[in-house]
Design a protein around this ligand. Structure first.
Ligand code: KG4
Ligand code: ZN
Length: 349
């Protein structure tokens, strides 16, 4: 079964072809970082236009790479949400039109489900059930994952997502967009421990998060008359350590609460090496395994969407024929259902 995957929810245009039998056949990714960098963040209209410009070429490139004609595809999977409405509509329009023309099903995929299942592509994939820590630019959530489509929300951020806190703190420290990787690089040159930054909700007794106060604490340090820019690396290291401490403690608490021994970490922030080392150490201390996507699949990409679509099709999901263009810019992951015949996921609300 060969599935073409299309990702266009934010600032990456991603396309891939995943074959349930042979694995990944092709992938193409275009990042819009240069396009948005001068604005310090993603400009939605520019994102949509760039997806329109590049999607047809990337699809052709993947088909060529895989040596396939459109007629050889079994389905087209695309990100239907959450994300930027215009950007999602580009991917949905292309996917639904292509599927309609080819007479194959189009499958709307949840972006976070794509992230969450991507560690299953690794050589040593996790087995269900597991706890998932989803840390992206827009979401920070802990999920109890029984199977594909069987998700129970255990806790989530009450304000900023972890990635968003990285991005905002990077901006405060004068770093460019996207902030997360740049802040992590700066932190690697510093030493944590000299600033007393808070660990929000660390002892709240639940599995929720809050990161906006942490960003404000950094702003307060930088606004002080005693602040010296030479200390930016140390402050970045302290900020990163505060986020990591909270993510690790809550993830371990989620493993305890669910009596599980496997943790899956996914979303852009899962690329962070300090986070990975701390989770690995904490997990090992209690006999738990921590699974991550390959480094090149942490950020948004088409592979995870093709793969998630294939997982649903393999489990019996039978979407309607292509042609209905609907997206859900806001779409809670735990509203998803297990794969079933003819679901057409009930967007939009
Ligand atoms: O999953 P993702 O690529 O896009 C969304 O679905 O939001 O996540 C992007 C987020 C951004 O906030 C980015 O700054 C953050 O992931 N990020 C990182 C790192 N790499 C990306 N945060 C911390 N450390 C990193 N190495
Ligand atoms: Zn993402």
């Amino acid at each position: 079964m060969k599935v073409l995957g299309i990702e266009s929810s934010c600032d990456e245009t991603g396309v891939a072809i995943f074959d349930a039998e042979a694995g990944l056949l092709a992938q193409a990714l275009h990042t819009q970082v240069d396009l948005h960098a001068i604005y310090g963040g993603v400009v939605p209209e520019l994102a949509s236009r760039d997806h329109i410009r590049l999607l047809p070429a990337l699809i052709r490139q993947c088909l060529r790479q895989a040596g396939l004609a459109v007629a050889a595809l079994d389905a087209v999977a695309y990100t239907a949400g959450p994300g930027l409405a215009g950007a999602l509509l580009v991917g949905a329009s292309v996917a639904e039109s292509l599927a309609l023309a080819a007479g194959i099903p189009a499958l709307p995929v949840h972006h976070l489900e794509g992230h969450m299942l991507s560690p299953l592509l690794s050589d040593d994939p996790p087995a269900f059930p597991f706890v998932a820590l989803l840390v992206s630019g827009g979401h920070t959530q802990l999920m109890r994952v029984a199977d594909v489509g069987d998700y129970q929300l255990l806790g989530e951020t009450l304000d900023d997502a972890a990635g968003e806190a990285f991005d905002k703190t990077a901006k405060i420290l004068g770093l460019g967009y996207p902030g997360g990787p740049q802040l992590a690089a700066l932190a690697a040159r510093g030493r944590a421990g000299s600033f007393k930054l808070p660990r929000p909700l660390l002892h709240s007794g639940d599995l929720d998060f809050s990161f906006s106060g942490l960003k404000t604490a950094v702003l307060n340090v930088v606004s002080s008359p005693r602040w010296r820019m030479e200390r930016a690396a140390d402050l970045a290291a302290d900020f990163q350590q505060a986020v990591v401490d909270v993510l690790v403690a809550k993830s371990m608490a989620a493993l305890d609460a669910t009596a599980m021994s496997a943790l899956v970490v996914a979303g852009g922030v899962s690329a962070n090496l300090v986070l990975r080392a701390a989770l690995d150490a904490a997990g090992a201390g209690r006999g738990a395994r921590v699974h991550y996507p390959a480094q090149d699949l942490c950020a948004d990409n088409g592979v995870m969407i093709a793969f998630a679509g294939a997982q649903r099709l393999l489990r019996g999901e039978r979407p309607a024929a292509g042609g209905v263009i609907r997206v859900r810019p806001r779409w809670p992951l735990n509203e998803l259902a297990r794969p079933r015949a003819n679901p057409h996921e009930t967007p939009p609300s």
